[in-house]
Ligand binder design. Structure first.
Ligand code: NAD
Length: 495
C-alpha cells in the first residue's frame, strides 16, 4: 500500500507514528493509499522546524516574498492538470470541478503576489511638535491551517498564500481523506524558492489537531470544516490564547421570486445544487419558491436532471462524481429515506436510476414540501439533494432564512432591482448572490459566513486574511526640531 508522506523542512518525510488512515478512490470504492497520522512528537518536531525557520523568513524582503509567490503561481498553472487530476482521484469530483476549485485557489496566490502593497502601514506626520505616529504590520510567528476534504486545493490556498507571504511560517494539517494535493502544492512552493521549513504539511487526525491547539509556539489557527469541529477549534484555540478563525457548515437558500427568469433559476439550481455532488459549503441546498413559482421551477429542474451525467471523473463526459466515502453516501441517502415520513414529497429520488456499479454514487434528488423542523431542512446534508420550501411572500422567505442556524451563503433570483437591494439589506447571511447562486467572493474581498457558519470575527483570505496573519505595531516618535535643538548637527541650519 502506497504511503503518502508528510512534507517537512522542504522534503518528503516518512510517517513514523505507526498509525495510518485509508485514502480511498471514491469513484471505485476502494482504498488506493494510506496516510500517516502524526503522533504528538512528529507534530512537535514539525513545529520546532517552523519556529526555527521564522526569523530568516520574517526578515526576507517583501520583494523576495512576492517573487516566490509569482513563481509559485506560474508553477501551479503549469501543473494545473496534474493537480486537478489528483483532486479528482482522491476527492471524486470530476476534473472540470477540480479545475474550477484550483482556479479559485490560484486567485489567492495572485492576491498574495501583491504582498508589498498589503503590508503597508499608516503614517501621521506632526501629530504634535516633532512627533509622528505610524503603524507597521508584522507576522505572528508559526501559524496553522486545518482544512476539510471538500476543497483539497482551494481551501489550503486560501490560508497558506497570505499566511506565508505575510512572513509567517506555516503548519498545514489537511483532511486525511484527500491529503496528497497539499504535498504537491508544498513541493511546488519549494521549487518556487520558498526556504525549507517555512511551509510544513503534517497529516493527522484529532491528535495532530489537538497538538496544534495546545502548543505554545502556535500563534494562530485557521480552520475550515464542519460546525461542531469549528466550534471546538475556536473554543480550545482561544482558551489557549491563540488567534482563531473557524469556518463551519452551511445550509444555503436560494430565493426565487415570482418575476424571476425560470430557465435561469433552474440552470442555477442544478449547477449549484449538484455540482461537486453537493459537497460544497456554498452549494444551494434549499430553494425557497415564492408565490406560484414552485411548480414551473420544479418542472424545469426535473427536466434538466436526466441530462446530468453521473459517473467517475476518468470519463470526461461525466458532470457529477461520487460522494467522499461509503459512510457519507449512506448518511445522505438516509435523509431521502426519512423525508416522506417527515411529511415531505420526494420528487426525484437519487437512490433510484442507473448508477455505476462501484463507488459511492448517488443520483441528484429533489424533495418538495419541505418545512422547518424536518431533519432534511434543519441539518446540513452535504450531498446532491435540493429541498424546495414553498412560501407565499418575500417576507416569509427572509424570515425563514434569518431563522436558520447557518448563515454562510444565500441568493435571490429576480428581475426587480429594488427587491434584490432590499434582500441584501434584510438578510442575515455573510455572502449574498443576486442572480448568482454561489457568491464566493473574489480573492481581493474576503470569505465568511455568519451565525453557526463562522466562529470568531475574522473572515478568510483577501484583506481580512492579511489582518488575521499580522500584528499591528504602532510607533510614536519624537525628534527635536533641528532649528531649535541644542545638539550640534554638524551642518548649518537654514530655518
Ligand atoms: P470536518 O469538520 O470533519 O474536518 C475538517 C478538519 O478537521 C479535517 O482536517 C479533520 O481532520 C479535522 N477534524 C475532524 N474531526 C476532528 C476532531 N474531532 N477534532 C479535531 N479535528 C478534527 O469537515 P469535513 O467533513 O472534512 O468537511 C466538510 C464540512 O466542512 C462541511 O460541514 C462543510 O460545510 C464545511 N466547509 C465549510 C466551508 C466554509 O467556508 N464555511 C468550506 C468548506 C467546507
Amino acid at each position: 500500500m502506497r504511503t503518502i508522506p508528510h512534507w517537512i523542512n522542504g522534503q518528503d518525510v516518512t510517517p513514523t507514528s505507526g498509525n495510518f488512515g485509508p485514502v480511498f478512490n471514491p469513484a471505485l470504492g476502494e482504498q488506493q493509499a494510506q496516510v500517516g497520522l502524526a503522533s504528538v512528537s512528529e507534530m512537535n518536531s514539525a513545529i520546532a522546524i517552523a519556529k526555527a525557520a521564522f526569523p530568516a523568513w520574517r526578515a526576507a524582503s517583501l520583494s523576495k516574498k512576492a517573487e516566490i509567490m509569482f513563481r509559485f503561481r506560474e508553477l501551479v498553472v503549469a501543473h494545473r492538470d496534474e493537480i486537478a487530476g489528483l483532486v479528482s482521484i482522491e476527492h471524486g469530483k470530476v476534473p472540470s470541478d477540480a479545475a474550477g476549485e484550483l482556479a479559485r485557489g490560484i486567485e489567492n496566490i495572485e492576491f498574495a503576489c501583491g504582498i508589498p502593497s498589503h503590508m503597508k502601514g499608516g503614517f501621521s506626520e506632526q501629530v504634535s511638535g516633532g512627533v509622528d505616529v505610524y503603524s507597521i504590520k508584522q507576522p505572528l510567528g508559526v501559524v496553522a491551517g486545518i482544512t476539510p476534504f471538500n476543497f483539497p486545493a482551494m481551501v489550503p490556498l486560501w490560508m497558506l498564500t497570505n499566511g506565508i507571504a505575510a512572513g509567517n511560517t506555516f503548519i498545514l494539517k489537511p483532511s486525511e481523506k484527500d491529503p496528497s494535493v497539499t504535498v504537491l502544492l508544498a513541493r511546488l512552493l519549494t521549487e518556487a524558492g520558498l526556504p525549507d521549513g517555512v511551509l510544513n504539511v503534517v497529516h493527522g487526525d484529532k491528535l495532530a489537531v489537538d497538538t496544534l491547539l495546545e502548543h505554545p509556539d502556535i500563534a494562530a489557527v485557521s480552520f475550515v470544516g464542519s460546525t461542531p469541529i469549528a466550534k471546538y477549534i475556536y473554543s480550545t484555540g482561544t482558551a489557549n490564547g491563540k488567534r482563531v478563525q473557524a469556518l463551519g457548515g452551511a445550509k444555503n437558500h436560494m430565493v426565487v421570486l415570482p418575476d424571476a427568469d425560470i430557465n435561469m433559476a433552474a440552470d442555477a439550481s442544478v449547477s449549484a445544487g449538484f455540482g461537486s455532488a453537493g459537497e460544497r459549503c456554498m452549494a444551494i441546498s434549499v430553494i425557497v419558491a415564492v408565490g406560484d413559482v414552485a411548480d414551473p421551477l420544479i418542472e424545469a429542474i426535473s427536466a434538466r436532471i436526466p441530462a446530468l451525467k453521473v459517473g467517475p471523473g476518468t470519463d470526461p463526459g461525466n458532470e457529477m462524481g461520487p460522494l467522499i466515502t461509503q459512510e457519507h453516501r449512506n448518511k445522505v441517502a438516509s435523509y431521502l429515506a426519512g423525508a416522506a415520513a417527515e411529511g415531505a414529497t420526494v420528487v426525484i429520488d437519487g437512490r433510484e436510476g442507473i448508477l455505476p456499479e462501484k463507488g459511492y454514487f448517488l443520483n441528484p434528488s429533489v424533495i418538495d414540501h419541505v418545512r422547518p423542523g424536518m431533519k432534511v431542512y434543519d441539518e446540513e446534508i452535504f450531498g446532491p439533494v435540493l429541498s424546495v420550501i414553498r412560501v407565499d411572500t418575500y417576507e416569509e422567505a427572509v424570515e425563514l432564512i434569518n431563522d436558520h442556524q447557518y448563515g454562510n451563503g444565500t441568493a435571490i433570483f429576480t428581475r426587480d432591482g429594488g427587491a434584490a437591494r432590499q434582500f441584501q439589506f434584510d438578510i442575515q447571511v455573510g455572502m449574498v448572490g443576486i442572480n448568482v447562486p454561489i457568491p464566493v467572493p473574489v480573492a481581493y474581498y474576503s470569505f465568511g459566513g455568519w451565525k453557526s457558519s463562522l466562529f470568531g470575527d475574522a473572515n478568510m483570505y483577501g484583506p481580512a486574511g492579511i489582518e488575521f496573519y499580522t500584528h499591528t505595531k504602532t510607533i510614536t516618535s519624537r525628534w527635536p526640531d533641528p532649528a531649535t535643538s541644542s545638539v550640534d548637527l554638524g551642518f548649518p541650519q537654514t530655518r
